[in-house]
Design a protein around this ligand. Structure first.
Ligand SMILES: Nc1nc2c(ncn2[C@@H]2O[C@H](COP(=O)(O)OP(=O)(O)OP(=O)(O)O)[C@@H](O)[C@H]2O)c(=O)[nH]1
Ligand SMILES: [Mg+2]
Length: 200
């Protein structure tokens, strides 16, 4: 079990000179627009409004850094989370898409303290071509990849495991590498924290 002592917004960034300094273990959250990245951060941090959640896809446009004090495994862990803008959102220009690629690519490949990247997939929709591209891209990063199937609450109990297995198959990762999650009811929260802490 984990307990949050503090959860705070730190800063917004689009380029490395704006990233928060200091070598604290960091985790980033990537996925399609509207998949539930910001919601997952709120759920992990046990805050309802740490990050803005929206029904409008493409809400998060910059890198947003948060700092969390988490008591787990008999110690206090000072960690950072980075919420990234989503991909696969149709309503952006080519220039914006290029800027996105540059901003995300630079962060994911160059951020030294980045321990793990949580690749978030909609469990109801399954892994898309864009999700496959992202996971393949992450294979070149030194950070660990954690695949999470979210919005699990939208699937009936019997459909959950098969949906997660299908995601694993499509992304070509082992079955047990995909964790089920729901920001709606908190399913998977401890499991995700556990796997993230394993990388620290
Ligand atoms: N049922 C259900 N809805 C969810 C879950 N997670 C997120 N949502 C909903 O999905 C929508 C998008 O959530 P966000 O967390 O803003 O998604 P995002 O990935 O940060 O979106 P962008 O910042 O636009 O890329 C919101 O309406 C959320 O309430 C979940 O686990 N279950
Ligand atoms: Mg968001």
């Amino acid at each position: 079990m984990s307990k949050i002592f503090r959860a705070e917004f730190l800063t917004t960034a689009t380029k490395p000179s704006q990233y928060p300094p200091e070598q604290k273990p960091e985790f980033a959250f990537v996925g399609r627009s509207n998949v539930g990245k910001s919601s997952m951060i709120n759920t992990l941090a046990q805050r309802t409004k740490l990050v803005r959640v929206s029904n409008t896809p493409g809400r998060t446009r910059t890198l947003n850094f948060f700092e969390i004090d988490l008591e787990a495994r008999g110690r206090l862990n000072r960690l950072r989370l980075c919420d990234l803008p989503g991909y696969g959102f149709a309503k952006v220009s080519k220039t914006e898409r290029e800027q996105w690629r540059e901003m995300i690519g630079t962060y994911l490949m160059k951020r030294e303290q980045l321990r793990a990247v949580v690749s978030i997939v909609d469990a109801e929709i399954g892994a898309t071509d864009d999700d496959v591209t992202m996971v393949n891209f992450l294979m070149d990063s030194p950070a660990k990849i954690l695949v999470v199937g979210t919005k699990l609450d939208r699937l009936g109990k019997a459909k959950r495991k098969p949906a997660l297995h299908q995601i694993a198959q499509r992304l070509e990762v082992p079955k047990d590498a995909v964790v089920g999650f729901s920001s709606e009811d908190g399913t998977g929260r401890d499991e995700v924290w556990g796997r993230l802490l394993d990388t620290v």
